[in-house]
Design a protein around this ligand. Structure first.
Ligand SMILES: Cc1cc2nc3c(=O)[nH]c(=O)nc-3n(C[C@H](O)[C@H](O)[C@H](O)COP(=O)(O)O)c2cc1C
Length: 265
């Protein structure tokens, strides 16, 4: 990837210097990108939001690695709890973190926004149009990132004044649109159209290509292992359930066919 393109992209996991250097070299590298400047994090890597378990502990443990943590506001649930969570996270880490607003959830976003403004915590909006919140965000100068699954939504957010945009490609999990394109296609398209930093989300690449110690020594392991174990267990259970249904359906089909054959005689 050319230097100029890489300057525009905050996180590109297949960037050779990340993937093929030794871990301690990566750790010692001084990263200076528009994202590290914007968010103040050591590495230009952002945690994703996670409905259900993206709490302040998770965000703090990511922030402690030097990446940028993310408190998922829907997990906090109320403005009061969000304020408390931001403060707990601040106490638990010297790293940086943002708050994610997933706008499809029905939560008092305006009150939540006031908490972010009061606490000066950057905001990541996602999943729907952030338009109603934009005037207040821009009026107060809060750092604002918008996450989009379609390039046209990312372009729109940049026009509305987002400080950075996140593109979730087709390989990304959890955030889908029927018009979504693969990460690298969306990314190259977005880079042509958008001047603010573009962050690519693709944990598939990260998971398979990053050296192990980034995961194992960085404090991410408990949350990630639990997530993995829960998803493997759930998918295994689902597999056996569906398999069982298939066997039962096949048995009924056979019985029905036998009955039909008997009646025909
Ligand atoms: C279980 C799960 C829950 C998620 N919940 C949210 C959410 O509440 N809000 C949000 O903006 N993104 C959510 N996401 C999307 C992630 O933050 C991230 O954008 C997405 O997984 C794409 O990145 P990836 O390629 O690294 O997986 C969720 C993803 C997963 C797997």
């Amino acid at each position: 990837m050319s230097g100029s393109l890489f300057n525009k992209v905050a996180v590109v996991c297949e960037q050779p210097s990340v993937c093929y250097t030794r871990y301690h070299e990566v750790q010692d590298m001084k990263w200076k990108t528009r994202i590290t400047d914007l968010l103040g994090c050591k590495y230009p890597i952002l945690q994703g939001a996670f409905a259900g378990f993206g709490n302040w502990e998770f965000a703090a443990s990511v922030a402690n690695t030097g990446a940028h943590g993310m408190i998922t506001a829907s997990v906090s649930g109320t403005p009061e709890k969000l304020k408390e969570d931001i403060r707990m996270c601040r106490e638990a880490t010297e790293g940086t973190f943002s708050v994610n607003f997933t706008l499809t959830h029905s939560i008092p976003w305006n009150e939540m926004l006031e908490i972010c403004i009061e606490e000066r915590v950057p905001l990541e909006t996602a999943a729907y149009k952030p338009d109603d919140l934009v005037p207040r965000i821009k009026e107060t100068g809060l750092t604002w990132i918008h996450k989009a699954a379609r390039v046209k939504d990312a372009i729109r957010a940049a026009k509305l004044g987002a400080d950075a945009v996140i593109i979730v490609g087709l390989e990304g999990t959890g955030f889908k649109s029927s018009e979504q394109l693969p990460t690298m296609i969306s990314l190259v398209w977005a880079l042509r159209e958008i001047d603010v930093p573009v962050i690519a989300l693709a944990i598939t690449l990260w998971r398979t290509q990053h050296p192990g110690p980034v995961i194992f020594e960085g404090g991410l392991i408990p949350a990630m292992v639990w997530t993995l174990l829960v998803s493997i267990t759930a998918f295994t259970a689902l597999y056996f359930l569906l398999f069982n249904y298939r066997v039962l359906i096949k048995r009924d089909e056979d019985e029905l066919n036998n009955l039909k054959a008997l009646l025909r005689r």
